[in-house]
Design a protein around this ligand. Structure first.
Ligand code: NAD
Length: 490
């Protein structure tokens, strides 16, 4: 059997950083080094001001990284990509695989150039056999591409075994997800060397994950399973969001419908929350990638089916803005809207593909003044995100203010628009406080809960609340004089 002593993780992002930190903390005898060309990111990983926020992440990083803890450090961050690749027995590829922006397949297919260049580098500098693990989400048969690049670039007497080991963590709960995964998927070729490599990787996880949760399957099944999982998760959200549109017309309540559906054990209750629409770097790109693969296999109906999930999501975001305009007497010109939350979901600072981008862009186009507050996301990031996506760049500068608190944002505002489900915004205080999940951590961190009576004092009349996450108790707010519009409620 192969015993792994040194791991190199290429890509120090949302996946590479937390995953490597957990692997290192659970395997003190393995040296884990995370490499990236992004010097700023690597330097931040070496401080206590980590480049990404995840509840519990800093503790795990510090435990494995810092000499001050009792054990010998075994987690390192470096920009010396060549040396770390050369030294490693096992390489985790955790680079980004965004949607292609140029040429054939632009806007649909996965961009594999970052993965390809990482693998070319491995081919160039490797002096020993390596196990190479696809942790990034990739199209089916990406392993063949990697193998082809290696066979043309590496020394001919070396052997590279490629495994697929997709990551299923969700941002905001990455650490609990990594510590207690539903399953670890390891895909390999069914050759003796493939199986031996899969076993070596399984042993790494085996130091903290029960063996019955470590599933070894065919390489290509594993690649496809990751795209399929994201497509099904997003499909649940789009299904519920489609139903929410019906609820608003027939006088039903989507939270009640979701609750009723979710009690069916075959369905289950999770990922059935209606909202302004899903965001994040993965769902959209992975579904588009899946649809593109289907199309390239001439399975056009299949491609249409998957794409409709993304279409419903766009529709939901648009529908939400249209409702805001309608309620505010068909004009946002000269009106002020407080936007609460910019991250794509709570407990993360990630704003990639956040629904807030579309909603803010839409209301700016309608002429509204927008005052944004997010407990975690910084002004520079918000402006950068909007700059690269809004259709009315020039106005955005003048019409947009980023605020330090929820109250500052709603001062003089005609409406509050909730776009991220931060606990701070909910008026269901007791419920959130009793919640023992990761929500509690956020409250401890921000230590704040909006006082809605105070919000009422500073807003213009009539005061509207558009709850894009269904986190407020509308009745209680109505008593304070707010007019509340929730998703999927008439
Ligand atoms: P990210 O953009 O946060 O991180 C990727 C990092 O890779 C960047 O820091 C980039 O500088 C670095 N990089 C790119 N090419 C490189 C190269 N050749 N050499 C060295 N460094 C290089 O991306 P992420 O969110 O961590 O996602 C990574 C992959 O994991 C993607 O395929 C994504 O689909 C998948 N994934 C993401 C999540 C998530 O929640 N973010 C969950 C599961 C899977």
């Amino acid at each position: 059997p192969i015993k792994i002593r040194k791991i190199c993780c290429i890509g120090a992002g949302y996946v590479g950083g937390p995953t490597s930190a957990v692997i290192a903390s659970k395997n003190p005898e393995i040296q884990v080094t995370v490499v990236d060309y992004n010097r700023e990111r690597i330097e931040a990983w070496q401080t206590d001001n980590l480049p990404i926020y995840e509840p519990g992440l800093l503790d795990v990083v510090q435990a494995a990284r810092d000499a001050k803890s009792k054990r010998t450090p075994n987690l390192f961050f470096s920009t010396d990509v060549d040396r770390c690749i050369a030294e490693a027995d096992l390489i985790l590829l955790s680079v980004n695989t965004p949607t292609k922006s140029l040429g054939r397949g632009a806007g649909h297919a996965s961009e594999l150039s970052f993965l390809e260049s990482a693998v070319r580098k491995i081919g160039e500098v490797a002096e020993s056999n390596k196990i190479i693990v696809e942790k990034s989400t990739v199209p089916c048969r990406a392993a063949d591409t990697l193998r082809d690049v290696l066979s043309a670039t590496a020394k001919p007497d070396l052997h590279f075994e490629i495994l697929s080991n997709p990551e299923f963590l969700a941002e905001g709960t990455a650490i609990p997800n990594l510590l207690n995964p539903d399953r670890i998927l390891i895909g390999s070729l069914k050759t003796p060397r493939g199986l031996q490599a899969a076993q070596a990787l399984a042993d790494v996880y085996g130091s903290w994950v029960d063996l019955d949760r470590i599933i070894t399957i065919n390489l290509y099944s594993s690649e496809l399973a990751k795209l399929a999982a994201n497509a099904l998760l997003a499909q649940r959200i789009s299904s519920v969001n489609a139903l929410s549109a019906m609820c608003e017309s027939v006088g039903a309540d989507i939270d009640e419908v979701s609750y009723a559906i979710g009690l069916d054990k075959r369905i289950g209750s999770r990922m059935l929350k209606a909202s302004v629409g899903f965001g994040g770097s993965c769902f959209r790109k992975d579904i588009l990638s899946l649809a593109y693969i289907a199309e390239s296999l001439h399975l056009f109906e299949v491609a249409d089916y998957w794409r409709s999930i993304v279409e419903i999501n766009e529709y939901q975001k648009d529908r939400f803005t249209r409702r805001i305009v309608r309620c505010l007497y068909n004009s946002l010109s000269g009106k002020t809207l407080a936007v609460w939350g910019f991250a794509y979901k709570k407990d993360t600072g990630d704003t990639r593909e956040t629904a807030a981008i579309s909603v803010v862009d839409n209301v700016l186009t309608e002429g509204a003044n927008v005052r944004i507050y997010d407990p975690l996301v910084k002004e520079t990031q918000i402006r950068q995100e909007l700059k690269s996506t809004t259709s009315r760049l020039d106005c955005a500068e003048k019409q947009l203010v980023v605020c330090e608190s929820a109250y500052e944002a709603c001062t003089g505002a005609d409406a509050v628009i909730i776009l991220t489900e931060w606990d701070e915004f909910s008026n269901r205080g007791e419920v959130a406080r009793r919640d023992s999940g990761h929500g509690k951590k956020t409250e401890e961190r921000t230590g704040r809960k909006v006082d809605w009576a105070r919000v009422a004092e500073v807003m213009r009349r009539p005061m509207f609340v558009f709850d894009g996450r269904n986190i407020v108790d509308a009745g209680a707010l109505e008593e304070l004089g707010f007019r509340v519009e929730c998703i999927g409620k008439a």
